[in-house]
Design a protein around this ligand. Sequence first.
Ligand code: SAH
Length: 470
Amino acid sequence: MSKIYKKDDLLTAEIVDMDAEGMGIGKVDGYTVFVKDSVVGDICLVKIMKAKKNYAYAHLEEIKVPSLFRIEPKCPRAKACGGCQLQAIGYEKQLEFKRDKVFNNLVRIGGFDSEYIKSIEETILGMEEPFRYRNKAQYPVGLNEKTGEIITGFYAGHSHSIIAVEDCVLGPEEYKDIIKIIKEWMKDSQIYPYNYDKKVDGIRHILLRKGFSTNEIMVCLVISKRNVIKDKNVDNLITMLNNYSKNIKSISISVNSENTNVIMGNSYETLWGEDTIEDYIGDLKFKISPLSFFQVNPYQTKRLYEKALEYASLTGGETVWDLYCGIGTISLFLAQKAGHVYGVEIIKEAIDDAKTNAKNNNLTNTTFMVGKAEEVLPEFYNKSSDTEAKSPDVIVVDPPRKGLDEACIETMIKMAPDRIVYVSCDSATLSRDLKLIADGGYKLEKWCACDQFPQTTHVETVVLMSRDKE
Ligand code: SAH
């Protein structure tokens, strides 16, 4: 039996694995220690913080022999910020970690045979340059209590204190300069950061978005009250930003006076320029407002959706459903090659955007419906007389982390499409759902992981299931 350890014990542990959140898992004589900020392959001195019978959480005191997979993080604040759990690990190893995470879930939770899963695997889609891929940043604005300086950055853990980050290495280079300009302008205009506790109205967040294909940049200031920014301040802000770059196409404000974690207000007001900026995913054009949803890594989104399209293997006349369609990105990708696409999404504003996007791209072979997939689909199946739509060729799903509802899966199986393409951001719920779909008479044909969010533990997966025809 292994020794029982207690709080404050110092041990030397070898990190042999990582958990799904990127935390190092160490072993000491068969006893397991979870060590934040350690990397698989490290040999380190750790101090027990909380000990249980079979495992403990421990603090990384000293790295005695660094792992071969360790690299110097690009961002000096990576550890404090916590947004990039994997920045201290080389990118090849990050991809291996993500691939293994999906693989293990398919085998352990999905119950699929490991040799079979290996035989139908496609290589994970990684990025050539795994930094500066995020097109959107939302910086909270605050004051450094000691110096009185305005700071922007990211919230530390789940708290309200801001870790000052001048240049987030996941975002475009320009954001650093724009943030600097806005801080200067705030100082000159005596506009303060919002502080709920001290009852100071002011700027809460700075939202920046960029169209990577068009280079268009949007700046939106989220403020706690409309009168925080006076007319006389506006011209100055516009001049400063215009002088910096001609790519800034839209400057707006959004008022959010609620004391909540929600960042944006319910509406926005354009101070200068356009209401929206444009970006492309493949050949599809999208208009993006401060409030609209848009994929944050458009390069990898394109690759992920191209893979989904490939798995759908459309020839031109097919009837397709796209459940959880958001602003219709996948639907429109499919509509370029399908007969008709039906999209279902719970958020009305997203469906409004999907319809506008369809129109802007001249894709008239689309129908979008607002509602829960697990309600809309069964209701359509039971009540509609549209036999074509009731027996589609392909169903594509892209649900949130919690995965599919059983009622949704049941109806999908009743509709008996030839192919089901499952796009997932959580391989655990994906694996759970695939098991049910397989029980309903479908065979897992192919799977491919895709790295939409390098430096973080997230991983997307696309899976093709085909109906067994015997
Ligand atoms: N494919 C989409 C993004 C999907 S993200 C795109 O390309 O934009 C998952 C989407 O599912 C979100 O838009 C979310 O609003 C929606 N959603 C969440 N629960 C839902 C439900 N029960 N029924 C339908 N849509 C839902």
